[in-house]
Structure formats: C-alpha cells, structure tokens
Design a protein around this ligand. Sequence first.
Ligand code: DGJ
Length: 751
Amino acid sequence: MMGGLENVLRKSVMMKTFTAALVLLAASLAACAQPATVSYDAAAKVFRLDGGGTTYAFGVNARGELQQLYWGGRLGATDTIPQAAAMPGWASFDSSYSTTPQEYAGWGAGLFVEPALKVTFADGNRDLVLHYVSHTAHPKGFDVVLKDIKLPLYVTLHYAIDPESGILARSATIENRGAGTVTVEQAAAAAWALPPAHYTLNYLTGRWAGEWTLTQEPVAPGARVLESRRGSTGHQANPWFAIQAGTPDEEHGEVWFGALAWSGSWRISVEQDQLDQVRVTGGFNPFDFGYRLHPGLSLETPVFYGGYAANGLGGASRLLHRFEVEQILPKTPATASAPRPRPVVYNSWEATEMNVSEAGQIALAEKAAALGVDRFVMDDGWFGQRKTDHAGLGDWYVNPQKFPNGLKPLMDKVHGLGMDFGLWVEPEMVNPDSDLYRKHPEWVLNFPGRPRSEERNQLVLNLARPDVRAYILGFLDKLLSENQIAFLKWDYNRNWSEPGWDQLAPDEQKKVYVEFTNNLYGILAELRKRHPKVEIESCSGGGGRVDLGILQYTDEVWPSDNTDPFDRLTQQDGFTYAYTPQVMMAWVTDSPHWLNQRATSLSYRMLSSMQGSLGIGANIAKWNDEEMATTKRLIAAYHQVQPTIVQGDLYRLISPRNGSEFSATQTVNRDKSQSVVFALIHSTQEGRVFPLLKLKGLDPAAQYALTVIEGKARTGTPEAASGAWWMNHGLEMGEGFRGDFQAAAFRLDKK
Ligand code: DGJ
C-alpha cells in the first residue's frame, strides 16, 4: 500500500504542472485500493480531489471565476486537467457569466441561472461578482476564498472528500468585512454542474402517511425546484437528488447524487440551461429569507454532500448508505465506532395512543419482553395534562393521575424485564392549553396582533430565542438526569405559520430560518455531550424531518406514521435511495391496518418490517399465543442477521413501485460472508410465478449455505452452492408461493 502511495507522490511531484501543494490522505489507507489525494496545479490553477472511485476538479478561469471542470469516475493519477476556460455566451441574451458553470456564482453581471449567493449591500447595490483570491489545502480538501470584485464581501468555499466513497462535502462561509450591513437574500451551500447529456432526475416526494415516493423524470430545459418552505425538512419533498445519465437503472450507468444536511427550510434547484448544461444548486430556501450580516459577521451555510457512482442507482445508494453509517451518524459512545444496529423496539403509540397508565404500560412491557424486544418506548400522553392533543405540550412533568408514583415503577419494571426504556417528547411545541403558554405566550413564532394558526391544537415555540433554547435544553437535561432513559423519540407535529420573531427589529427577524435550526442542532449536540449513552430518534409526524443534518445528532428516524406493511414496501424502497436501513425504523402493527383497512398475515407484516430496523407497535396485550410465538421466532431470526440487513450492501432486486405484483430485496454484509433475501407478493395475477431471484454481490468462488427464515425455496434447491450459482442460476421460490400478501425470507451463510 505504501509503495502505491509513494508512486503517486513521486509521479505527482515529477509532473511539471503539479508545482504546488500536494496533500495525500492517509486516512483511507486501510480501506481503499487507491488513497485519496488532494492537489493543486498552480500553473493551471486547477484544484483536484480524488477519493474512492471519484475525481472532482475545478479551476480559476481567465476572468478569475471559480469554474467546475470535472466530476465523475476517478481519473489517472498522472492525468492533467486543462485550465478553466469560460464557456461562450449564446448570442446577446445569455452571457458567458451565465453559461459558465461557476462553483459559486454571485447574482450580478447578467446571471440568469440560479445564483449561489444574492445580496443587497448597504448602499442599495445588488451586483455581486465573486473572484478567486486565495486558498489553503488541508488533508481532506480545500478552503477557497472568493471576494466581490469591488467590495469586501468574502466567501470561503469548503471542500472535503471522503477517501472511501468519494463523496464530497461542500459548504460556504459568507463574511462581511465591510463597514456597512449586507443582507443575504439567498445563500446556497454549493452548486454542482454536469455537462450536456440526456439525464433522468430522481427525487423523493410525499405527504403525511405517504412519504418517500421516488419520482423520476427527464431533466428538461428550465428548472425543477425541490423545496420546503415549512421551517423544517418536510414530508412533501426531501433534500436529496440523484441524476442518472440516460434512463433509470438500478445497477448500471453513471449517477450523480446529493443530499443537503439541513433541517430547516431548504431548496434544491435542478436546472438545464441554454447550452443544455445541468446545474444543481442547494442551500437555505431563499423564500422569505433575509440574513443581515453586520460588519465583521459571517454566515455559515449547511453542507451539501455530493457523490458519483458508475453502477446505477443501486450503486449510488450503497455508497451513500456506507457514508451515512460511517461518517454522518453518531458513533456508539462506548466504542466510538460505527453506530450499533438499533435495538428492537416496542412502541406504545398504536396500542394506547395517549391513554397511557402505569398498569397498562407494564402489561405491554411484560409481553414485549416475552417477544425478545430490546427497548420499551412509552409514546405520547405521559406528561402535563395530556389527555388529548388539545393540552399538555410544553408542560414536561409526569402526569400524576396516570403515574401517581412517577415513572420509576414503570422504568424499574422495564429494566427488570431486561429491556431499556425510552420516552416520547415534542420539545419545540406548545399547546395554548398549557401552563407554559399561559406563562410565556410571547415564546411562540408569531407576528404581534396577527392570528396564531394552530395545527393539531399546537403552536411552534420560537427555538431561535435564547430563552426558549435554554428552557428546552433545561427540561430535557433534567428529564434525562433524573430518570434512567436510554432513548428519546423526538417528535415535531406541525410546520410553521406566522414565523415572526418579535424580539428583534423587523429587518432582523428573517434570520429565524437559520437560528431556529442551529439551536435545534445545538441542543441535540449538548444533550448528547451531557448524556452520551442516550439515543435519539428524529420523528416529525412520521418522516417530516429526515435529512443528513439531523442525522448527525440522531440515531434513527421514523419514516412514516403509515405502518401498513404493503404501503411500507414502497415507502421503504423510496427511503433507501437516500437513507440507510440502519436508521429506517419499521414497526409491525395490527391488522386490519387503521389507515387502509387492509388485512395481512403476521408473517407478511414481520417480513415487511424486518427489511429495516425492526420494531413492534401493535396492541400486543391482545395478542394470542400463536401471534406471540410467530413474532418471537422471527425477532430471534432477525437478531441473528440484523447487522447484514441494516449495514450491508442493499440490492433492490424487484421494486414494489409502479403497481408491481412482487418485490424483493437482498443485503450482503461487508466481508460477503452473509446475505439476506426478502421476497414478497402483493397480489398474484394470472397465476404468474414469482420471478427467479438472481442474487448479487456475493463472492462467486465461495460456498454459501441456504437457510429458510420464512416460506420455502423450490424443491431441489441445493442446501449449499457457490456464490456463482446463487448469482447466475438464482434462487427460486417454493412451489405454491402465490396469493395476496405472501412473504418469504432466506439467509445465505458462507461456509
Ligand atoms: C406522531 C408520531 O409520528 C407518532 O408515531 C406518535 O408519536 C404521535 N405523533 C404521538 O402524538
């Protein structure tokens, strides 16, 4: 390995053009065939980052603008990248400033495409043209300083490449070194560019109980805007995109993808310009945005991650999953290593809703323990005067009628049963019918004298305010200090309205969009520091706050309130394009399901949920012996293969989308010693047999033994065969595998 590293270094130094800094990353030596490199060609003014299978390059053009040069498969170590040359304009209507794929374009000088940065200076000037000034290299990338051609407004662009996946982290710091105040009206984290070609855009849309719909469409002239104006990430669109060359394909073709790490209002625009080039710009949503930078102040944007895969949408999501597990999610505190697979959870919500009581929860806990559950979570209803959703939010004391002896008897019972204990909270919200609101009506987002629109009978506390931040951190810290709580389910059940911050001068108030989310992150970080063993789930009425920002502080997410096992297949399929199954909590609930009134077997429900991080959310107090036995058996089987399912490489063999009769997923662990396969029939039509499953990602030369977890394989299927057999000959389902809502699962173990 070191020999290869030295060769790269020697060749780079020998190359005439590579005259200046060459920084080699040692961090990836253990994991990568090729080390990551970060280099600057001073003669050509070209910056280059290599990591995993990816090269990213940009340079300074003759005008002084920073221009993207290349993003794609890894180039040869000695290849040189030509100097940046601005693109020609198109007639007198599209100037070169507009057609040149700038890394971070200021709105000025006739820019008609999406700007990365738009400001108004104190004197009313709104023209901003950013030119390269200087840079510093660091082991993972660069900080590149740009400045307006006249005024002392500086932007530092941050670049870092992950040595293993080649995923880039990009963000910007905008700094006012002038004497007057500058209002930032639009600030992106980064802009990504792709050359002219036929592309398909993939993105995720939805609504409450219907999140994670993969939407696919050709990239067309004009702009497709993905956004949330809601103050938080939102169910309706998710800050992730993938652009595939040509038409969508799971395992073939080039894919460029990105995810914005921001849990406030956000926007990603995907634009095809007049030269058919594609530009993806993402960051704070400019709608209703205005951040006043007084002299000496600066604004940090969120990070926009971007990656490249040569092997289709499946390859892209596998890279992203690994990156999330290894680089984004909080580490397991005891070992400081990658996050551990999630405990199998029992959650009380669908069983009791807010009618929680000591006796009722203990009865559920006893049955949960008998199933082999690891964690018992009491959901909404335990605090304040919470009988319905009309009251209680904001008053975080234990309800004395429901828990006359406090939480201790329940927690002791749960611990005695061998499980850890978790609790639901919704810290950023308040019911007008609460002691907190009666005391501090000024703490909510509002415009004085205007209505305060309620949703679910609640208002949003203005977390941007220092006193609200202190209150929320204070009560959560107390709750965690005084109780043995291993887990918080952190909920957030509405979006913003009337987002005023009346403590501040009118022209300062719009910074609520930045400060609210930064304070949320700050509280989460501080809680994790003070209570390092506590784990946290991000929930927002289901999947309304899932993004790479919140995932830096939370261990898992609740993808949807819709727990119908059939609907969940499509949701899980969509979810996994952007997020790892490690964070994808999936509960088994009762049948018929409350939302669709669809009846399904327990085994179908279990196998639907076992494709993610498993939980039980049914009213198990009513379950009979057979239901208990089936679930106990499958939880035990799940525990044995869970690391492979949630942290392995995921292959979506058959998508449940577009009315498919079938679906199938396969996961393979990192050393290819185990694989798990799920096959589900939604509704057999015209007697069609389940498709042959040609497995993927196995070691072709190794022998793998087949174990049936549920269902059966076709008569004559070998008990063991080579990886080549399973991948080429394939796995056939057992005879008679047809009907409605049928499910089978298998594991393969290397012998
Ligand atoms: C919405 C969540 O998504 C549900 O799981 C549950 O916790 C309820 N809120 C409780 O109010």
